[in-house]
Design a protein around this ligand. Structure first.
Ligand code: ZN
Length: 92
């Protein structure tokens, strides 16, 4: 049975489900799996792959694919599965 068809009745609790905060959509295909960041070294916009299954708050090191300098990446997911990514130059 389809969850949402073209019936007219508004399905308000579809959008405002308070359980969404507890039911974090990690790993079920609704969380962001890519992000665009700006390299702190070469200022290029670079698309990167994310791994929602690694948790709602992540930090790791990845090299810029344009200039090969190392980034320190911070990834946080909000309750809707949207990724918030920040990148800084990795101190060496
Ligand atoms: Zn770069």
């Amino acid at each position: 049975m389809p969850r949402h068809d073209d019936h007219d009745d508004h399905d308000d609790d579809f959008d405002d489900d308070p359980s969404l905060d507890e039911d974090f959509p990690l790993g079920d295909g609704t969380a962001d799996t890519t992000a665009t960041v700006t390299c702190p070294y070469c200022a290029e916009s670079v698309d990167i792959a994310l791994d929602p299954g690694s948790g709602s708050a992540q930090s790791y090191v990845q090299d810029c694919e344009v200039c090969c300098n190392p980034w320190q990446l911070f990834v946080e997911y909000d309750a809707e599965g949207a990724a918030h990514v920040s990148v800084i130059a990795l101190e060496q």
